[in-house]
Every structure is written in C-alpha cells, then in structure tokens.
Design a binder for this molecule. Structure first.
Ligand code: ADP
Ligand code: ADP
Length: 234
C-alpha cells in the first residue's frame, strides 16, 4: 500500500485579485522506502508539493492520504501528532538552533516528545555517528561547514525513525560536491532503513541518484519516471 497518496490535488493562492495555480490536479502515490526527487524550475510548485506531502498545508481541492488516512479528516492535533511520529523535515537553510550543540539539536525532537534525556542523547549520538559526525557532537552549528550542518539536520530529521522524510531544496545552500554527498547519504539511509524520502531540487545532476523523478512545470506534473533498480546507480 502507498505510504502517501495524492488524489486530484490542486493548490491555488490568491494574490489580491489574481489567482496563482501552484499545483494542478496532481495524482501521485509514494511507496514506503522510495527515494524520490521533485524537480522543476523556480516557481514550478516544488515547495507547495513538499508542504502538501509533509501535511504542513492543505490542498485547495483533492485529498492527501498518509498511511491510508485522509489528512483532511484528522483534527489539527491528530495531524500534528501524525507528523511528529511519522514525518521528518529537512530545510534548505538547515534550521539548526545556534546556541545548541549538534547533539542537543538532534535530541530536541525527542525531548519535545518527552523522551528521557539519556535515551534522547543515546539516540542522537547514534544518528550523528550514522551521518559521519561522531566526533562533532559538542560543536555548535557555526563551527560546522554547510555540509556538516545539513548532516546534523538529517540526523535530527531521522531521530524519531519516521516513515517519510520531506526535504525542500536540501542542497540549495551547498556547493556541488557537498550537494552530491548529502543526497548520497540520504539515499544510503533510505536504502538501509526503508525510509521514504521526497526531496525537491532544481539541480539536474542530483537526479542520477534517485529511484524516481517527478517533474513539475507551472504546477503540473509533466513527468513521473522510475529508474532502474537503485543499486545499479550507486
Ligand atoms: P517552487 O518551490 O518550485 O519555487 P512554489 O511552490 O514555491 O514553487 O511556488 C509555486 C507558485 O506559487 C509560484 O508562482 C509562487 O509564486 C506561488 N506561491 C507560493 N507560495 C505562495 C503564497 N504563500 N502566496 C502566494 N503565492 C504563492
Ligand atoms: P499547525 O502546524 O499550526 O498545527 P497544521 O499544520 O496542523 O497547523 O494545519 C495547517 C492548516 O492546514 C490547518 O488549517 C489544517 O487543518 C490544514 N491541513 C494541513 N494538512 C492538511 C491536509 N492534508 N488536508 C486537509 N487539511 C490540512
């Protein structure tokens, strides 16, 4: 069964009198463990798509189903509970808290979820080791490179073992070398843990690393292509 399904999803915004159709009649199903890129030029609807996939925003029409549940039928509390349990987020600007160490940043979602400090620290240490930052636990974000900061953010997104990670332009602030490294790392984690990833990008070179590419153009899905078995391209 799909992890996430959009059925006839459209999203428009009003700018004064004029209406912007940011997404037009999108039908898509994301399967558990899929590693998916959403590609398109600036303004094509990628952020809108990511916000809908992450249950952060509601469609203007159509429906979004997560693990078989129609998100529109959930209360706001149920929806944010579902998000906290099952969805991790990675942002273009990393969004780490500057006064906290790498370890504390990664622990934070678990502590908000009322896990004990020791259990949260243990889990965060494990996640930071997984992203290659075992020796940077005490570093504050400012002491880390952009690539390292994004790896901390990946560890934070994964701390609750979500079924899905949504990343809107996760490599936009990285040089091309670090961009490839970050995508490869996400992919490795997706494969080893069965976590689905949906990330947006306008960088064509990153598409080689994915199982599936969804292309958006002016809010319409113009392509949805699965590639050869993922292992072949590693
Ligand atoms: P992308 O991420 O590909 O750049 P977006 O999803 O951000 O695309 O935007 C799609 C279209 O919707 C663009 O024309 C954008 O200007 C418009 N848009 C996005 N968010 C809003 C908003 N909150 N209010 C009005 N227009 C918006
Ligand atoms: P908050 O983050 O403040 O708790 P939510 O993200 O739960 O708010 O919701 C933002 C708005 O979008 C609310 O009006 C909510 O009802 C709605 N919403 C979010 N996702 C969906 C969805 N997939 N279907 C229908 N409504 C949604």
């Amino acid at each position: 069964a799909p992890l996430l399904e959009m059925v006839g999803v459209s999203k428009h915004y009003m700018m004064g009198e004029s209406r912007i159709d940011a997404l037009k009649a999108v039908d898509v199903a994301i399967m558990p463990g899929e590693f998916v890129a959403v590609w398109g030029p600036s303004g094509s609807g990628k952020s809108t798509f990511c916000n809908l996939v992450g249950l952060l925003d509601a469609p203007s029409s159509g429906s979004v189903h997560f693990q078989g549940q129609d998100a529109a039928l959930l209360s706001d509390d149920q929806r944010s509970g579902l998000r906290n349990r099952a969805i991790g987020f990675i942002f273009q600007g990393f969004n780490l808290i500057p006064v906290l160490s790498a370890l504390e940043n990664v622990m934070l979602p678990l502590q908000v979820g009322h896990a004990g400090a020791r259990a949260a620290a243990d889990a965060a240490r494990k996640r930071l080791a997984e992203v290659g930052l075992a020796s940077h636990l005490a570093h504050r974000p400012a002491k880390l490179s952009g690539g390292q900061q994004q790896r901390v953010a990946i560890a934070r997104a994964l701390i609750g073992s979500p079924a899905l990670v949504v990343a809107d332009e996760p490599t936009a602030n990285l040089d091309s070398d670090n961009a490839l490294k970050v995508i490869s790392l996400m992919r490795e984690i997706s494969k080893s843990e069965g976590t689905a990833f949906v990330f947006s990008t306008h960088d064509e070179r990153l598409l080689e690393r994915v199982d599936r590419r969804i292309m958006l153009h002016d809010g319409a899905m113009t392509e949805d292509r699965r590639h050869a078995p993922a292992a072949a391209s590693q």
